[in-house]
Write a protein that binds this ligand. Structure first.
Ligand code: NAP
Length: 311
């Protein structure tokens, strides 16, 4: 049986788009399935300053568009649909979407990760009404206002820096006594006079009426709880890998897909790239590189399968 596609890439962020481009360029019949706009998380980066080749910061939306155009130029077909199931069969996979069932020799999972939630009272209630997970998207709505940023990783620091251009009243709380973020980023935050950093602080509740008005904070060093007025709460406390489609693949203790250096998972023919993978460094450039490696290795795997099929 000849599958419908040589390779199906699930997820159209920059890792998936890079994989698609390399696969199509290697002459594989390549389908990329994405349920939203292509570009993934890169779409909402305002100033991407560390992507090689761009000495001036580039807008993430523009970079994502360039990735998409380049993939299409090499012949990638993009299907705007949700994948509902991936089933490993003998020598191929079936990939079910809302509209059809497709077959393919290999699958590259590039489904990324979703924002982790605080799971505290008020978070869901005020989501979209002052609680946000994207500073670039919602920050401008709170220009000049008092904003609370939660988290201590690269994302929290990056987004706090972005918000500090909109207001001089940014308060950042982190549950430990030091940042997890890269040193250079953390130092920039600590030296930013528009950002007040409070370590050893947790958010216990978000309160408001039609929108956020305050947050209940807990100082875990002093063991003190207090309430403070805020107009918005931005939450950046990491992410949850989107692996529901591949329950049969091995994952690490926090749920990211384990791969070898070829991006190959524990399941023959299934590769994982970008934020869904057990990677030590989540960056656009890393995802793009992983996409290239995965497609290169998948091409060899597919050649072998085709060879076997012809014997
Ligand atoms: P992250 O590195 O996993 O950091 C998550 C932060 O949130 C940690 O400081 C963690 O605290 C805190 N946290 C987790 N659960 C929490 C909870 N329930 N309540 C309060 N705080 C909580 O996640 P990230 O910052 O989203 O970054 C994800 C990946 O993307 C990283 O690999 C990062 O390097 C990359 N990234 C890079 C850049 C950049 O290079 N400019 C920008 C954004 C993201 P603890 O420290 O106490 O664990």
């Amino acid at each position: 049986m000849k599958p419908d596609w040589d390779i199906i890439i699930i997820g159209g962020g920059t890792a998936g788009l890079s994989a698609a481009q390399y696969a199509a360029r290697a002459n594989l019949r390549t389908l990329l399935v994405e349920e939203m706009a292509t570009g993934g998380l890169t779409l909402v980066i305002s100033d991407l300053e560390n992507y090689p080749g761009f000495p001036e910061p580039i807008d993430g939306f523009e970079l994502a568009q360039r990735f998409t155009k380049q993939a299409e130029r090499f012949g990638v077909e993009i299907l705007n649909d949700s994948v509902t199931a991936v089933k490993p069969e003998k020598g191929y996979f079936s990939v079910e979407t809302g509209k059809k069932t497709l077959s393919t020799y290999a699958v590259i999972l590039a489904t990324g990760a979703q924002h982790r939630k605080l799971d505290i009272p008020g978070e869901q209630e005020f989501s979209g009404r002052g609680v946000s997970y994207c500073a670039t998207c919602d920050g401008p709505l709170f220009k000049g206002k008092k904003m609370l940023v939660v988290g201590g990783g690269d994302a929290a620091c990056d987004e706090a820096m972005f918000l500090s251009k909109l207001s001089d009243k940014i308060v950042m709380v982190h549950r430990r006594d030091r940042f997890r973020a890269q040193k250079a980023l953390a130092e920039r935050v600590l030296n930013n006079e528009n950002i007040t950093v409070r370590f050893n602080h947790e958010v216990r509740e978000i309160k408001g009426d039609t929108q956020v008005r305050s947050a209940v904070l807990f100082d875990n060093a002093e063991k003190k709880t207090y309430e403070e007025e805020f107009d918005a709460v931005f939450v950046f406390i990491g992410s949850i890998p989107q692996t529901d489609l591949v329950p049969f693949a091995d994952t690490n203790e926090v749920g990211y897909v384990i791969t070898d250096q070829c991006m190959k998972s524990s399941v023959p023919g299934l590769y994982a790239v970008g934020d869904v993978r057990n990677t030590p460094f989540r960056q656009v450039v890393v995802g793009a590189g992983e996409g290239a490696v995965a497609s290169h290795c998948a091409a060899m795997y597919i050649d072998e399968l085709k060879g076997q099929a012809y014997r």
